[in-house]
Design a protein around this ligand. Structure first.
Ligand code: FE2
Ligand code: FE2
Length: 285
């Protein structure tokens, strides 16, 4: 049965840019602290961990106590979302649940001129004695009203996996369709769904369709996270903005790999819905 949360507060801990005078650092990566309040209780979740561990510094600067986090949700296996995990686990202790798709550990590569490893800087074994590792391809409830999407079904909308491959154990390279790309879906009472994305490799429109069909809730109130638009033409970004306007999404905070040029298109096409964000940004719904 679908559950609700009364409200959610998000603090962007890591982003490509800093958006506060609070002496936070920026890096290519993403990490968002998500505090969910439901029936008088508070639940503290971390979605992604940035690239290098600056998330620890930034959490301190922004007054976020990482030791209070009960669940860490990993959006996908890329280094800029997983790279801070071991640093975070030193603060949380081993009772914390880490929820992710099993393919986050696959050997992820990108071919752009040269072959470059872009996967997680640890193995499954590295994590096993440091946390409660929950690997699943399915939708699972993290806390009341808050869900790990599991594998996002694709509905024919654009996906964003350019030049991405996985090296298999037999040495062969296969295209990486990013089955591990997972969103956080938060069902806020009287508002609708809040969708948090990492890089949005599976495509934000596919994610929207999946989130609404799996929950049965058509109303999407907000989107926060990376939308992977940096290689898209302004025309394609405009088309996306038009789709988001039609869905009447009230609040969109494009972060990380959305890209500055695409952000400008968002700001000119749907200025009433777009919020500029960065490390230090706070969203309360
Ligand atoms: Fe990313
Ligand atoms: Fe990514």
């Amino acid at each position: 049965m679908l559950t609700y949360t009364d409200s959610v507060k998000m603090i962007v801990l890591v982003d490509n840019y800093a958006a506060t005078p609070s002496q936070v650092l920026a890096e290519w990566g993403l990490s968002i602290y998500v505090q969910v309040r439901s029936e008088g209780r508070t639940y503290n979740i971390l979605y992604d961990t940035g690239q290098t561990g600056i998330v620890v510094n930034n959490a301190e600067r922004l007054g976020v106590d990482l030791s209070k986090i009960s669940h860490i949700v990993i959006s996908h296996g890329h280094y800029d979302h997983t790279g801070g995990l071991l640093s975070v686990l030193e603060r949380t202790g081993r009772d914390v649940h880490v929820i992710a798709h099993p393919e986050i550990f696959s050997k992820k590569l990108v071919i752009r001129g040269t072959l470059r490893y872009i996967g997680a800087p640890f193995t499954k074994r590295d994590l096993e004695d440091k946390c409660n590792l929950v690997l699943t391809r399915d939708l699972v409830q993290v806390c009341p009203g808050t869900y790990f999407s599991g594998e996002v079904l694709r509905y024919g909308y654009p996906e964003y996996t350019p030049d991405m491959y996985v090296a298999r154990d037999d040495g062969r390279l296969i295209r990486d369709s990013m089955p591990d790309d997972a969103a956080l879906i938060i069902n806020v009472r009287d508002k609708g769904l809040v969708i948090v994305t990492g890089c949005g490799h599976s495509g934000i429109l596919n994610i929207l369709e999946y989130a609404t069909s799996v929950t049965g809730i058509r109303k999407v109130y907000a989107i926060v996270g990376g939308l992977h638009q940096e290689k898209e033409t302004p025309e394609r970004v405009r088309e996306l903005c038009e789709m988001l306007r039609k869905r009447d999404i009230k609040l969109i905070m494009p972060l990380h790999c959305t890209g500055i040029r695409a952000l400008h298109v968002f700001l000119s096409e749907i200025p009433d819905r777009t919020i500029i964000g960065g490390a230090g940004s706070i969203i309360e719904i």
